[in-house]
Design a protein around this ligand. Structure first.
Ligand SMILES: Nc1nc2c(ncn2[C@@H]2O[C@H](COP(=O)(O)OP(=O)(O)OP(=O)(O)O)[C@@H](O)[C@H]2O)c(=O)[nH]1
Ligand SMILES: [Zn+2]
Length: 373
């Protein structure tokens, strides 16, 4: 999202915003520099300045890319050749390496998740919020937590929620789409990045998108996002352009994201547990932080109860996966005996990141998938 039109190499760069059949809608990058003189009268490139809306071209994919099996996804950074400015057409000649990639829905280069909840109507439920947060953390992407409908509660109440979430390791942004409170703050977070919006039904995601994206007009307050989006149809994936030069993808609302990470990695999706592991270490390297002796994670923090519940889910999920992989197997999750002495290497943050990246694709796919099942 930071590239510019490269006039020195003559390469035009852009981002794919939507794919339809064999056509790709590509938003060209904007640059501060004025384009070089172009003497071809029939093919005048438009003057692009940082303030103007970036030009959009409807592009096809070069045969060479088809031959090498190079797919083009929404979110891809692409090189455009032979722009026909008058006709608004072009051809995609190359796809730049992806930073991240989702398969369902297909979006490349997502940077962060904007998790939207409401402080009331529907009521803010700690367990549900926790579940969404853990799911979002498991993508390895940045998580921005935003609490809508702040117009429905008192400043005192807001302070209480804020204190509580700070103890969880999050600094929520309180907004009210209805009263236009802190919407500019959100825009600031979305600046220059590709963001996926997620959250349960009825919290105001469509309302927020409507207020952030000019002319989009998503239907607000419908019975269920599922109806509008279709349960069995492939969702049309599209990135909305924000005035702040960011891109935003919508996800359907769903109420209980599946937690399908491994039991071992789960703990790293709790910032408050991460902090405990950063300053100390458990006696056993494979500690699941339940009843093992000398565990630094187990203790007096609010979400420890959630951790235990999600851990049970993660263990059940893993057992199920093992059985699917080998139906004959009676494999049970191995847990080490309590008294077993073992050298305990300190867990590095690098290790955490590696795990996170491995599951990132899976987790974000599930954010979408859950609602379609
Ligand atoms: N009081 C108040 N109500 C709001 C606010 N923002 C949205 N609403 C209302 O909340 C209801 C749900 O809003 P939507 O935007 O449809 O919620 P959604 O998250 O997109 O819901 P799904 O499409 O089911 O995922 C609507 O009746 C909105 O008018 C707000 O800031 N304050
Ligand atoms: Zn432990």
């Amino acid at each position: 999202m930071t590239g510019t039109v490269n006039f020195t190499t003559g390469q035009l760069l852009g981002t794919v915003l939507a794919v339809q059949a064999n056509f790709y809608q590509v938003q060209l990058d904007v640059t501060d520099k004025e384009p070089q003189e172009n003497n071809d009268a029939e093919n005048l490139s438009p003057t692009i300045s940082a303030s103007s809306t970036p030009p959009m071209l409807l592009c096809t994919r070069r045969t060479r890319l088809k031959k090498i099996g190079q797919q083009v996804m929404v979110g891809d950074r692409v090189v455009i050749e032979e722009p026909d400015w008058a006709g608004g057409r072009g051809a995609i000649a190359d796809v730049l390496p992806r930073q991240t990639q989702l398969d369902r829905p297909p979006i490349a280069n997502v940077n962060q998740i904007l998790l939207v909840f409401a402080v009331a109507d529907p009521p803010l439920e700690a367990y549900q919020l926790s579940r969404f947060l853990v799911k979002a953390e498991s993508t390895g992407l940045d998580v921005v937590l935003c609490l809508n409908k702040s117009d429905l509660i008192s400043p005192q109440m807001q302070q209480q929620i804020s204190d509580r979430l700070l103890a969880w390791g999050y600094q929520p942004l309180f907004i009210s789409v209805q009263n236009s409170i802190n919407i500019d703050q959100i825009s600031h977070y979305l600046n220059q990045r590709i963001t996926v919006i997620a959250g349960p039904s009825g919290v105001g995601k469509s309302s927020l998108i409507n207020s952030l994206v000019p002319d989009v007009n998503l239907r607000v307050g419908e019975v269920s996002g599922k109806l509008a989006r279709g349960r069995h149809t492939t969702r049309h994936v599209e990135l909305f352009e924000l005035p702040s030069k960011g891109l935003l993808a919508d996800t359907p609302g769903f109420n209980q994201p599946d937690l399908d990470c491994t039991p071992e990695e789960l703990v790293y999706y709790f910032p408050e547990a991460r902090e405990r592991l950063a300053t100390g270490s458990c006696r056993f390297s494979d500690c699941l932080h339940r009843d093992e002796p000398d565990c630094v994670v187990r203790g007096d923090w609010e979400r420890y109860e959630h951790y235990l519940e999600f851990l049970a889910d993660a263990i059940a999920y893993q057992t199920q996966r093992h059985q699917q992989a080998d139906p004959e197997s009676t494999l049970k999750l191995k847990t080490k005996g309590k008294g077993q002495a073992q050298y305990e290497p300190k867990l590095e943050s690098k290790k955490y990141r590696r795990v996170a990246r491995k599951t990132q694709l899976q987790a974000l796919q599930d954010l979408y998938q859950d609602s379609e099942e």
